[in-house]
Design a protein around this ligand. Structure first.
Ligand code: DC
Length: 242
């Protein structure tokens, strides 16, 4: 079966990762959480006291960062590793959420992450979620989705996710963090969050996870069939021109 690239972009906490993960499972694709890559970089910079205003220090820090994803076979979840250490829980903490937009606005950081993300998708068959996947990382992705949802609904969902990880965070703090990140992510010079012209808009405010997944998988199936048709037509044209 022909494999495609599915790019899911959108605002913070509107269900991109959960939807992308389940869609990848259903399609037998690889799921890549690019937000986790920026979060892991933020953790490294924080732990190594990297001065974000010093380009040399940032470049040196980036040289020492190795990010990889590993499946936890006990829980079935995918975990982010930074230089060989499992940092999955640590990168989801509010402290990192409060710093990540600043780190991810740095051009050098974006260059390195985008190059890595493009390498990861070379063989297609991926679902990648983030902010600039359909616009910068894979502008030619066969399927692009842009997700958004009501701010209060997003904050409540994020609060529940954190609670499941035993982190109790005030709703107002979460709303403030989402607002700040959305603003910084949408207004940075490099790879700002914006809808690609050819992306499908998906408002998840009143949607359940199953419905979101069904929407994306249905679109993916029709895009896969489209690309198979195009390939078959090209092969026919090749045969005719011999
Ligand atoms: O998806 P997330 O909320 O875990 O992402 C964390 C931050 O990383 C987000 O506020 C902006 C940044 N990010 C980015 O700049 N580009 C991406 N492709 C993914 C995330």
């Amino acid at each position: 079966m022909k494999k495609i690239i599915i790019a899911i972009d959108g605002y913070s906490a509107c269900g991109k990762s959960t939807t992308a993960k389940v869609c990848a499972e259903k399609l037998g694709y690889i799921y890549i959480d690019t937000g986790a890559m920026y979060r892991a970089t933020t953790l490294y910079f924080k732990n190594h006291l990297i001065d974000l205003t010093n380009p040399k220090a940032v470049a040196k820090g980036l040289e020492n960062i190795q990010i990889s994803f590993h499946k936890n076979h006990k829980t079935g979840t995918i975990e982010t590793h930074l230089n060989g250490l499992n940092v999955e829980d640590e990168i989801r903490k509010m402290d990192i959420s409060n710093r990540v937009s600043e780190v991810s606005s740095l051009a050098a950081v974006r260059r390195q992450m985008v190059a890595l993300q493009q390498k990861m998708g070379k063989k297609k068959g991926i679902v990648m979620d983030g902010r600039d996947i359909g616009t910068v990382v894979y502008p030619k992705a066969e399927l692009k989705i842009f997700m958004h949802a009501d701010e209060y609904v997003r904050a409540t969902r994020r609060q529940q996710e954190l609670l499941a990880k035993k982190q109790v965070v005030d709703l107002d703090d979460i709303i403030a963090n989402l607002k700040k990140r959305d603003f910084l992510d949408s207004n940075r010079a490099e790879g700002p969050l914006k809808k690609a012209e050819d992306a499908y808009m998906l408002d998840t405010t009143y949607m359940m996870l199953d419905e979101q997944v069904e929407y994306v998988v249905n679109l993916a199936t029709s895009k896969i069939l489209d690309s198979m048709k195009i390939e078959a037509e090209m092969a026919d044209l090749d045969r005719l021109s011999i």
